[in-house]
Design a protein around this ligand. Sequence first.
Ligand code: NAD
Ligand code: ZN
Length: 357
Amino acid sequence: VSIQTTSKQYDVWIGEHVINQLHSFIQRKFVDVTKILIITDESVKKLHLKTVEKELSSLPVVTYTVPAGEKAKSFDVFYACLTYMLEQHLDRKSLVLALGGGAVGDLAGYVAASFMRGIPFIQIPTTVLAHDSAVGGKVAINHPLGKNMIGVFNQPEAVVYDTTFLSTLPIQELRSGFGEVIKHALISNSQFYQELTIKISDLSKVKVAYWSEILEKGILVKRAIVEKDERESNIRAFLNFGHTLGHAIEAEMGYGKFTHGEAVVIGMIFALRLSKQKYDLAFSIEEYIKWLKLLGYTCDIPGNLEIDSLINRMKQDKKSINGSIRFVLLKELGYPVLVEMDEEEIRKELVLFKGGK
Ligand code: NAD
Ligand code: ZN
């Protein structure tokens, strides 16, 4: 898949063993590369670093390992990474490889953007979720006052998405990433959504070849949007379908309790409820929930979460303007719209949703 944004053109290779293309790509594109820094996390290091190192043998590679999960996206880790790069004498002709999920990709992309005013980086995603995060060029770390608050737009030189890495993912991570696949299906067209509901009833049984197929479809949806609106001045916001409430749930639960995609799935159910109410969306939410439950998703708002706290979180969302709450709704499957919603309207529906009505 080739991505053409206003700032850069780059390719996404997706499939089994595409990692075997990495060495020749680097030799072709970075003829005089001085050093290659692999940034990875503790878990991915144990499982997949060797494969990548083997592919790159004969090249000047060093590795920096960060904590697994959201902890990677902190100021401390960001700083430590840059320190390591200076110690290892990386320079403007060096290259960063992000080997891991969305957390590693977001951190490494921001590190690469900051080091000596920016050196190139390549995404090597290892999670299902990263079909979303590795494409599109948003990179960021977290601030104690808000997730992803400190970052830039920085497109990679390439995305090398070897789906054989996915075979070691725990079910919860498959579920998290698949939440974003469902999102891409619902905002793009009903065939993609139908296909998923027909073909997938157990995420742990999805074959690597089929992951390649649906992740490519997901990436094509993201590409279509990002190519038209790289910097989120308008339609890129459609990618936040399910995220307004999803982010609020994630934050209120405390990161790590719920994965990102699991929270987004609940957010999408809510956005679909609002869409039905506002636009009479023809879609069976009951059938949808039945399928989600079969896949092991939580489909309601956890009982300990307060409506007021969720609403306050939604108002703090960085997409919210002047305290109003912006939702992506669907007029039809594949026809998203961005609407400013009245707080009371949302509260009413949220009370019903939480009450199981
Ligand atoms: P992650 O990188 O934290 O990975 C999830 C967990 O899976 C980690 O514990 C990791 O060690 C482990 N893991 C990774 N690959 C593995 C493998 N192949 N086998 C076994 N375990 C493996 O997170 P994620 O779920 O990939 O991504 C979430 C992050 O992505 C969040 O920080 C979110 O903000 C960000 N994100 C960014 C964008 C964007 O556009 N930049 C979009 C969506 C999400
Ligand atoms: Zn998301």
